[in-house]
Design a protein around this ligand. Structure first.
Ligand code: 13P
Length: 250
């Protein structure tokens, strides 16, 4: 299987521009020449120009944590896809659970954002995952399938190649509770089967599915080393250059 792993840092609402620049300056030498995996940083919008500039010409891509689905307009506080591209951002997260939980993002909004990202050639990482009550009620598979179906409305096999999915069980985010590799693999298989059902076996086989939720250097190998797990979306452990570099080199 030739899916190249993607190791992504979601910095959430942390760091000043000076701290972001110091991270990149320290991080790049640690991963120089690392070609086995793709590496991407997702800072707050206000940090994007600084991080893009600092990472220019390196093996590290930079993207947004969120974009608006509209190309422009009266949407106070939002960032457009054109603005992201204009400063050199190449990727975007879509539908992170914190966006769903605190900013009322629905599968329908996620779907609109996915169409916008694809239309403009920005690599989308669509985040899905169940909350604890759903897992405990035995609803994980249903929740994941519903989120995939909702996110992928109107997406065709021809459009799908750039799409990356991140499976982030909400109960594992920022809690120190990681899904076991077996739990993650089970979830990834459910997601991949749903993608294959919607878009065909080839698209299903090629789509990268990342795991996120309390990934650290000491559990990265056990998780990303699984055939079904095509990389990681890392929060807390991505804030320090040495800790994120250790994950990249799992
Ligand atoms: P943590 O790695 O801090 O659990 O965060 C995961 C996450 O939400 C990445 O998007």
């Amino acid at each position: 299987m030739s899916r190249k792993a993607l190791i992504a840092a979601n910095w959430k609402m942390f760091k000043t521009p000076a701290e972001a620049k110091a991270f990149v300056d320290a991080f790049l030498p640690l991963v120089a020449g690392h070609a086995r995996d793709e590496i991407a940083l997702f800072p707050s919008p206000v940090l994007l120009p600084t991080v893009v500039e600092a990472a220019r010409g390196s093996n590290v891509a930079v993207g947004a944590q969120n974009i608006h689905f509209a190309e422009e307009g009266a949407y106070t506080g939002e960032t457009s896809i054109g603005q992201l591209k204009a400063i050199g951002g190449t990727h975007t997260l879509i539908g992170h659970s914190e966006r769903r939980q605190y900013f009322a993002e629905t599968d329908e909004i996620v779907n609109q954002k996915l169409h916008t990202a694809l239309k403009h050639g920005v690599v989308p990482i669509v985040c899905i995952g169940e909350v604890l009550a759903e897992r405990e009620a035995g609803k994980t598979a249903d929740v994941l399938k519903t989120q995939v179906i909702g996110a992928f409305a109107g997406i065709t096999a021809e459009m799908a190649a750039p799409i990356v999915i991140a499976y982030e069980p909400v109960w594992a985010i920022g809690t120190g509770k990681t899904a076991t590799p077996e739990m993650a693999v089970d979830a990834h298989r459910i997601i991949r089967a749903e993608v294959a059902k919607l878009l065909g076996a080839q698209v299903g086989a090629n789509m990268r599915i990342l795991y996120g939720g309390s990934v650290k250097a000491d559990n990265a190998t056990a998780l990303i080393g699984q055939e079904e797990i095509d990389g990681a979306l890392v929060g807390g452990a991505s804030l320090k250059p040495d800790s994120f570099a250790a994950i990249v080199k799992y």
